[in-house]
Design a protein around this ligand. Structure first.
Ligand SMILES: Cc1cc2nc3c(=O)[nH]c(=O)nc-3n(C[C@H](O)[C@H](O)[C@H](O)COP(=O)(O)OP(=O)(O)OC[C@H]3O[C@@H](n4cnc5c(N)ncnc54)[C@H](O)[C@@H]3O)c2cc1C
Length: 278
């Protein structure tokens, strides 16, 4: 979920479920590197001092092969263009000073990348939105979006709010403008709003391994490989979590259900949707 300040002047924000549990509190606060194009809007850096909820702040993207160095430098240039603060290219010795058990030829040091408790961040956005006069409707699964052809009987507003949004529970709201940002369901919401269902979402799930707690001292911050554009994922990385655990991963496997985060989660509709997509 992302909100720019402009959204704060809007009135209603509908959410299908409660806050998703997928992150279990910890989320990496990326700083405009990786998949961010130049000029991307990004969140402000994690402030100096403890992160929200006391998380870690440190990210190294480490080149271990010579052929990765041009890609690392290109990432550095992109970060500079995106005004990522504190960004530096560092050599083998400094890598070891920051991460004593990490070896590499060159690394991109992003000291303001950090781990935050995203639930707290989202709740803070929600408060800002409500303070600015907005209303948040939870458990409001949008099932239809239509344009009114004529104003409702007795209405003084005429066709000022022509977009009619209905929920699964039969509730209805009218609005002047509608912005949908439904994550893994964005193609379906696009289709029911009369827009194109393309590009379609084909869900992939990332599985993580958990570092044995007694080996936790091996990793201080986020350690990433140099992304390879031949693969659309961030690569296998080390992620320290708010609870002190360290995740290793992810891999990427075709998921049989959207938001299917467990191995055996299955939805016939989602599965058929994914395998019949060309
Ligand atoms: C396991 C995992 C780990 C990740 N880790 C990170 C990380 O560390 N750092 C990072 O930056 N990114 C991370 N990501 C990516 C990040 O979660 C997404 O890029 C981001 O959440 C996308 O935001 P969004 O607003 O587009 O969609 P979402 O956050 O998915 O929000 C979509 C919302 O729309 C709602 N919705 C869907 N359908 C309807 C409907 N019909 N009616 C009403 N509401 C509807 C959903 O309930 C949801 O609340 C991770 C993703 C996963 C799966």
């Amino acid at each position: 979920m992302s909100l720019s300040p402009k959204c704060l002047s809007n009135k209603t924000f509908c959410i299908r479920g409660h806050f998703e549990e997928q992150f279990q509190g910890s989320t990496t606060h990326y700083m405009g590197l990786h998949n961010f194009g130049t000029g991307s809007y990004k969140l402000p850096p994690v402030a100096p001092g403890p992160c929200v909820g006391g998380g870690v702040k440190l990210q190294l993207i480490v080149a271990v092969e010579q052929e990765e160095i041009p890609r690392l430098k290109a990432l550095y240039e992109r970060g500079l263009q995106n005004n990522v603060p504190g960004l530096r290219l560092i050599g083998a010795k400094e890598i070891q000073a920051k991460e004593p058990f990490c070896r590499g030829l060159m690394a991109l040091d992003s000291p303001y990348t950090g781990i935050v408790d995203y639930k707290q961040v989202a709740q803070s956005y929600a408060e800002d939105f409500q303070e600015a006069g907005g209303t948040i409707l939870t458990d409001f699964e949008v099932t239809s979006i239509d344009m009114a052809k004529e104003s409702p009987p007795g209405s003084e507003d005429g066709l000022k709010y022509p977009v009619i949004v209905r929920s699964k529970q039969g509730e209805e709201i009218s609005c002047g403008h509608l912005l949908t940002c439904a994550g893994l369901y964005s193609d379906r919401l696009s289709a029911i709003s009369g827009c194109s269902p393309e590009p379609r979402i084909v869900p992939f799930r990332g599985d993580y391994l958990l570092l044995k707690p007694e080996k936790g001292y091996l990793v201080r911050g986020n350690i990433y490989p140099v992304p390879n554009p031949r693969f659309p994922f961030l690569g296998f990385h080390f992620t320290p979590r708010m609870d002190g655990s360290v995740w290793l991963g992810p891999n990427a496997v075709l998921a049989f259900k959207r938001e299917g985060y467990k191995l055996f989660d299955f939805s016939t509709a989602d599965f058929l949707d994914a395998v019949t997509y060309r």
